[in-house]
Design a protein around this ligand. Structure first.
Ligand code: C5P
Length: 303
């Protein structure tokens, strides 16, 4: 049995997010296409003498909760209960994925904690079991475990991998203040009031474009039903989307419930040009590059 494990987990972008009607459980039926991208959180998870669960921020993370609010805490609590683990657990989180950014940062920490505790206690869970347990903590958790490119149905928690060709080069425009996911869904319902809302569906053209590995075709069909709601709550996002497209992005989209905006570039060089252009435009504070698809939560070191 190991005493300490390091798990790396990626953030995600929704290449398509089709939002159906509000269901009686307070969730919306979704059809989404996720892609895991190379913006990673690293979680060092250790067995410690002190009982309970202890969350620490590794580096500057003043906005990350270190209390029971943190989804990593909830995941550890669930795993301890499910597998009758009595040892104390310390989870040190080094964050790169923006907090409340629409890139599943919180969910990623839950997914990584499940993978870490499975390894630390040699529980022998398979990926399906981890994803099923993860789905009880949040709709995005299963995808952070599976990674790659995948379709999400149900609440977005039922994952089917998608075969894709090539590497996609993304430029991410980060916002300093996050958006709360429930408030974006609520705004989406408000904007749709009185309208007939169709059942969600995955866009076949997107799947086809991903199979051929053509970034132009993928860029042309990116879509997000939450985008209007995110822009309504944060109008500056519209300007960011316009600027990115003016500077030649193949497509631009609010990621999930936002406020991160993801632009697709032709290749690595084009992505660099786009970073420079967006940074000098003055409309975005923090611009990062990422590539996808990348694998889901995985152990990278164990001692
Ligand atoms: O599952 P998670 O905790 O990430 O969801 C946060 C909130 O987002 C939910 O409480 C709900 O308001 C909204 N949501 C939704 N439909 C989904 C996923 C999330 O309405 N399929």
């Amino acid at each position: 049995m190991s005493e300490r494990v390091l798990v790396r987990v990626p953030g995600k972008i929704n290449l398509q997010l089709s939002v159906g009607p509000l269901e009686s459980d307070g969730y919306h039926a979704l059809a989404t296409v996720f892609q895991a991208v190379s913006l990673f959180d690293d979680l060092k998870v250790s067995i410690v003498d002190k009982p309970g669960i202890h969350i620490r921020a590794d580096g500057r993370n003043e906005h990350m909760p270190t209390t029971k609010e943190n989804l990593a805490y909830k995941a550890a609590e669930l795993m301890k209960k499910e597998f009758e683990i009595e040892d104390g657990i310390e989870i040190s989180i080094k964050k790169e994925i923006p907090i409340s950014g629409g890139m599943a940062g919180g969910s990623a920490n839950a997914g990584a904690t499940i993978v870490a505790l499975d390894h630390l206690f040699s529980l022998g869970m398979n990926r399906d079991e981890m994803e099923t347990l993860g789905s009880t903590l949040g709709a995005d958790v299963p995808f952070t475990i599976s990674g790659g490119t995948a379709i999400g149905t149900g609440r977005g928690d039922r994952i089917t991998p998608v075969l894709t060709r090539g590497t996609y080069y993304w430029v991410l425009a980060l916002s300093s203040a996050g958006l709360s996911t429930p408030s974006v869904y609520k705004e989406c319902d408000r904007l749709r009031e009185g309208m007939e809302v169709a059942n969600p569906h995955v866009n076949d053209s997107l799947l086809q474009a991903l199979t051929t590995g053509d970034p132009r075709a993928v860029g042309a069909v990116l879509s997000n039903d939450l985008q209007s709601a995110a822009c309504s709550l944060k109008p500056a996002l519209r300007l960011i989307l316009d600027v990115g497209k003016d500077y030649g992005a193949l497509g631009g989209i609010v990621s999930g419930s936002g406020p991160t905006v993801a632009f697709l570039a032709e290749n690595e060089e084009h992505a660099l040009d786009l970073v420079v252009a967006l940074t000098s435009s003055g409309v975005v504070g923090n611009v990062l590059r990422a590539q996808g698809p990348v694998p889901g939560a995985r152990v990278i070191e164990s001692a």
